[in-house]
Design a binder for this molecule. Structure first.
Ligand code: FES
Length: 108
């Protein structure tokens, strides 16, 4: 079952000539759309299934000038065995879930 972890409302403004989904042309030009992001994890709630769960918040700091390689991939899927670095585990996650996550590439 999907577990909601974030809900955000955005105020959208449409140009006068554009049809607005749910409002039609020539009627209301402003609307609030609620967007709910959901994550499924194995045995838990939230997006992080297992990384450093004993910490209240997982935070890492990187000084780009001190990177050993010109291009360093950082994990954004929370499945890496070398977190915070990407180890390619996002490929398996994407195949299993239909997701499209990939690393953050930090250039030196
Ligand atoms: Fe998580 Fe690559 S392993 S983004």
């Amino acid at each position: 079952m999907a577990t909601p972890f974030c809900a955000t409302a955005f105020r959208l403004t449409f140009p006068p000539s554009a049809p607005v989904p749910g409002f039609g042309r020539g009627r209301a030009r402003r609307g609030v759309v609620a967007v709910r992001a959901e994550a499924e994890t194995a045995g838990g709630t939230g997006i992080n299934p297992a990384i450093r769960k004993e910490e209240a918040k997982v935070v890492d700091t990187v000084l780009a000038g001190e990177l050993s390689k010109p291009l360093t991939p950082y994990c954004r899927c929370w499945r890496s065995g070398t977190f915070p670095l990407c180890d390619g585990s996002h490929v398996k996650h994407n195949k299993a879930t239909g997701d499209n996550v990939g690393p953050l590439l930090v250039k030196k």
